[in-house]
Design a protein around this ligand. Sequence first.
Ligand code: ADP
Length: 518
Amino acid sequence: MSKPLFNKVLVANRGEIAVRIMQTLQEMGIRTVALASDPDLQAEHVRMADEVIHLPGQKPAETYLQGERILVLAQALGVDAVHPGYGFLSENATFAQGCAEHGMIFIGPRPEVIREMGDKIIAKDKMVEAGVPVVPGWSGDLETDFSVIRAKADVIGYPLLVKAAAGGGGKGMRLVHQASELEAAFSAAAREAQSAFGDARVFLEKYITRPRHIEFQIFGDHHGNVVHLFERECSIQRRHQKIIEETPSPALTPQLRNAMGNAAVKAAEAMGYTNAGTVEFIFGEDGSFYFLEVNTRLQVEHPITEMTVHQDLVRLQVQVAAGLPLPFSQDDLRQDGHAVECRIYAEDPARNFMPGVGTLDFYRPPQGPSIRLDSGVREGGEVTVHYDPMLAKLVVWGKERQAALEKMSWALSRFAVLGVPNNVEFLKAIIDHPRFRAGEVHTHFLEENPVDLKPVETPIAAILAAGLSSHILRSRVGSATPRVQEEHGIFGTTSGGFSQTLSPWAQGGAWRQLVCQK
Ligand code: ADP
């Protein structure tokens, strides 16, 4: 076997994405280091890693967001590269820079690119320079006389959006229906942006009605090659959060796909982009498309690209970070078939999607040809309040869209979960919706097409099909929640800053953990 590209990689994340990244790293012969907060000491990603850095505490701010502490501990372990996953520190330019300062490679784009793309005004200006279409709008000094701003808004037209330059997660964003609301919305957005991001800069943007969210996967290497790996349609959103994604987009003709793909590559070239990224576009009902933002990381929904383009994006990220050229050119890439992803959340659709916590008493996802599950949990595990309630991503592939949707509908009907509320039935109702089946989606689909929110637990038929014994089922239905024995209780003593424990669940003793504490 040839020498691995890296000796040891830290996966600075948790949950399903940490598991998914480690899987590829292990295939590549690379040793893996996980992070573990207190509630995660028994989590899947921690069990999977060769070594573990323990970050005492529960909240992200005291654990997974402790960039400098993580880097110091990783360096002490001899880590040579860091994969940040998504969320947490993945789009933190200071962390990316810190990796280099601690002698480690950051598996992602350059810190300057992360910084620039984190500023929506700078990012838009860059795109205008590169000739990429952006949503018409206005940006300028906050001290500008308001009569000037009002005149600009009249030119843009209503409705329009006030958006924060440093925005994220919809914060600092206001929809303005008419001129009389503008000044109040402008000040409110600036105040919110100041308190959320410490940066009050806001700008104006035309509001595109009933748009689609269509994004392109981009990839650049350190040898000047930039490609796109086609689109993902992510219009099914709840409170600006994507919940179902598919590729190809039912809205794109080959001509439009080509035009948007070229724009995405132009955007990436203008930034000198390296590694994996996503160019998000907003797509109007008239077929016009505009740059929205660049996500400088691996996307949650990357598996649908992997299933249709037959590439492992994490493997590519590692190869590019190690200095290898991309192993293909644009002309080598094709979309094959259709892939759909559903995000399985521990949340209760009948109770305003309240996050669910508790023990996963029963967890049997469906299996079958062309079904992929990216999961960060296991039966018997605990779902806590501390982190994102996403349990898993269910991904299916079909030769064409209809076949993929039929498979997804079947797979959801066989997704058996007991112990925490979940959105499986809610997702199935969307997948089976005639409008969704017809591909008539936009970002307000769920507001315009409310689905029946009643069932929150897996139907009994699915549970039986998944093999739960009727004995346990009876005890469940009889309201007594069956206890699943927590088989593992480890993490031994610490000595000084480090402790070593031999995992009791690894037969043969090949599996060793090095637990570092602060
Ligand atoms: P954030 O970084 O806060 O998530 P984005 O700019 O990515 O903000 O926008 C979030 C969501 O808001 C988009 O996915 C889209 O649904 C909607 N949105 C953003 N800009 C516009 C626009 N100009 N017109 C209509 N909807 C928009």
